[in-house]
Design a protein around this ligand. Structure first.
Ligand code: MSP
Length: 643
């Protein structure tokens, strides 16, 4: 049997603001990599950074750095973040690695030589101030989606990849291999929205910037984004080099994890490139959902990103990793909130699991001086406990194979809850009162300790540091008794040497912690305000920086403990924003719902009374302090731009 397992995450754009959403992909991949290692696989877990392109070139210039210096600094920061989150990658690839660049140039040349890449002209819509190309669909009412200014049609000489040639083979591959692209919904999306509509050839080079891999036979061109970035999955394995053992060993990848917005690149462009190269396709692309905030996207430009390092510093990486994989059904979007995080830590980690462990260890210490030899006396509840463990191990394994992390964790918790129930059923504190029941008591505590040992091993992929702390508390030496195979034999544990250790998951005081966490997450210096009387004259370009859109109030309520604030949900096109406004004196929530309003959509979010407000509703106020919300003069769709 092939015991190799190759798993990849996307390679990240260099940013020192990677947020909890970014960590989500990597934590998921890490859990899978650790699981497969425990199951005896020879694992290659790849992650890295996607460092080329015009944006990096520009941002480096803004900081008076060379692009290389700029990315070097950030990559160190990203590696530190992964260390903090216990990400056990086997290789970290950078698209600026010399070997990656050489291989990308070779791939480009090979595809050109065989006729899959050809030279033509790229016609695009260009925004000069932003130095960016856009497609018709990306424009906002015909204007640049970034700055709102006019765009112009520009022609640029470019190389193209014959993507269209692979359309039929791609459709067939997806239809013939139901596990190639998961979840199922993504298959339908790719087939119906792209593949069956028809593919256009893909522009794969640029001449408008230089920070990239030069085309070896035409150096004014650099290889454009996707061919460079996607190739990382094979260049990292030594593809097209004289040391391609890793490629021969690990390719095709077993699972490539990607967020839903880049599924198209991975399920269409990437397989087409591989087909052109004559290489096998990955066995599976899994497009997971997003971690969202109040139903909306987490993004640096909105300013609502959650910094994972703050959370890890307060609660440890095991708790955060657990939350990410337990709270969200992998494949779907899931909401992140501090409240949900703390609730899970209290209920699952502290109440269910932490208590089970600390009570068991404490009772073994109290009633047996910490020493217990098992298996002891059986009782009538044991059979059901053992059966529950056996069944849920099988279910956990089955769900791990499908990447259903939340369901796998739910099965582990079924065991934990069963063990807690076993304490209630067997009432060890009552058994302890009667010396004649000593053997029975020993039997009960043994079952608990053995159950905890099994659970701790099953938790290892998700929580890399907690299991070892539990083993220390039960006196278990890592080795045969902590190997995955040992969980199938209930009763493997013989000698227990219990010793109380640190409280693994102390209970959190919700209100106090929420306030402290919010304070830790709020930037220290609020942006400086311009006094009203000193408002300077602005140009039309300054004004264009304010993005105004039509929204509709779809829900509204008073913010608790204030008489001024309403918190409302505003529909703006496809998006729903949460906005807090000081209008409660002028509108009741009932009056406000259903109104069309004008929303400033690119205002940095602020936290008001613990609620992140993602924009501002425009109002007019007269000298008598009468206030009204500004409304469009006639009905018009939400999301419409206001200029
Ligand atoms: N560089 C490209 C990928 C090239 S792969 C050949 C890229 N980088 S990224 O830094 O923007 O995103 C990296 C990963 O983080 C993507 O899978 C993306 O979906 C994921 N996430 C970014 N924000 C996210 C959430 N809020 N929630 C979940 N995942 C998200 O795209």
């Amino acid at each position: 049997m092939n015991k190799n397992f190759y798993i990849t995450t996307p390679i990240y754009y260099p940013s020192n603001k990677l947020h909890i959403g970014h960590s989500y992909t990597t934590v998921a991949a890490d859990a899978m990599a650790r699981y497969k290692r425990l199951r005896g696989y020879d694992v290659m877990f790849l992650t890295g950074t996607d460092e080329h392109g015009q944006k990096i070139e520009r941002r480096a210039a803004e900081e008076s750095k060379t692009p290389q210096q700029f990315v070097d600094d950030i990559v160190d920061w990203i590696k530190d973040l992964w260390k903090l989150m216990d990400i056990s990658y086997d290789k970290f690839i950078r698209t600026t690695d010399p070997e990656h660049k050489e291989t990308v140039a070779k791939i480009f040349k090979k595809l050109y030589d065989q006729g899959d890449i050809y030279k033509s002209t790229y016609e695009g819509l260009y925004c000069t101030p932003c130095e960016s190309f856009f497609t018709e669909l990306q424009l906002n009412n015909g204007k640049c989606p970034d700055c709102g200014r006019e765009v112009e049609k520009v022609k640029e000489e470019s190389y193209f990849f014959k993507l269209s040639k692979y359309q039929d083979r791609l459709i067939k591959h997806i239809e013939d291999n139901p596990d190639f692209l998961l979840p199922q919904t993504r298959q339908n999306e790719m087939l119906n929205n792209f593949l069956k509509v028809g593919l256009e050839d893909l522009c794969v080079s640029r001449t408008s910037f230089t920070w990239g891999v030069p085309v070896s036979f035409d150096e004014k061109h650099v290889v454009y984004v996707w061919l460079d970035a996607l190739s990382n999955y094979i260049t990292a394995l030594g593809y097209l080099t004289d040391h391609d053992q890793a490629f021969n060993k690990y390719w095709p990848a077993d699972v490539q994890l990607v967020g839903k917005e880049i599924v198209r690149f991975h399920a269409i462009i990437w397989p087409a490139i591989l087909m052109a190269l004559g290489e096998e396709l990955p066995k599976q692309i899994f497009g997971h959902g997003w971690l969202v905030i109040n139903g909306g996207k987490m993004s640096k430009s909105i300013g609502n990103v959650v910094d994972p390092s703050i959370l890890v510093a307060r609660y440890g990486s095991d708790a955060i990793r657990y939350f990410l994989l337990r709270e969200v059904a992998f494949g779907q979007d899931g909401n992140f909130s501090n409240t949900a995080l703390i609730a899970r830590m209290n209920s699952d980690l502290s109440n269910d699991f932490g208590n089970l462990t600390s009570r068991t260890v404490a009772m073994i210490e109290k009633y047996f001086d910490g020493q217990l030899i098992g298996p002891g006396h059986a009782n009538r509840f044991d059979a059901h406990v053992k059966q529950t463990i056996k069944d849920n191990i099988a279910l956990m394994e089955e769900n791990m194979e499908k990447l259903f992390f939340n369901v796998a964790l739910e099965h582990i918790w079924t065991i934990i809850r069963r063990l807690n129930k076993y304490i209630d059923e067997t009432t060890p504190w009552i058994l302890a009162k009667d010396p004649d029941h000593k053997d029975q008591l020993a039997g009960v505590l043994y079952v608990l300790a053995e159950g905890i040992r099994i659970v701790s091993i099953m938790l290892e992929p998700f929580m890399p540091t907690t299991p070892a702390k539990i083993w220390a508390q039960l006196g278990i030496e890592p080795g045969a008794l902590t190997a995955w195979e040992s969980i199938y034999t209930f009763g493997s544990l013989e000698i227990i040497n219990a010793k109380k250790g640190e409280n693994l998951f102390p209970r959190i005081e919700v209100d106090k912690e929420l306030a402290a966490l919010e304070a830790a997450q709020t930037p220290a210096t609020p942006p400086a305000k311009t006094p009203a009387e000193e408002v300077p004259e602005i140009t039309i370009h300054d004004f264009a920086k304010v993005k105004l859109k039509v929204g509709e109030v779809i829900a509204s309520e008073k913010v608790k403990n204030t008489d001024k604030l309403l918190v409302s949900k505003i529909q703006i096109g496809d998006e729903i924003r949460t906005i807090v406004s000081g209008i409660a004196k002028y509108y009741t929530p009932e009056q406000f719902v259903g109104k069309k309003v004008v929303v400033v959509t690119n205002l940095a979010p602020v936290k008001l009374r613990g609620i992140v407000s993602e924009g501002m509703i425009l109002c007019a106020e007269d000298e008598d302090q009468n206030l009204i919300a500004i409304a469009p003069e006639k009905d018009i769709a939400t999301g419409s731009n206001i200029r």
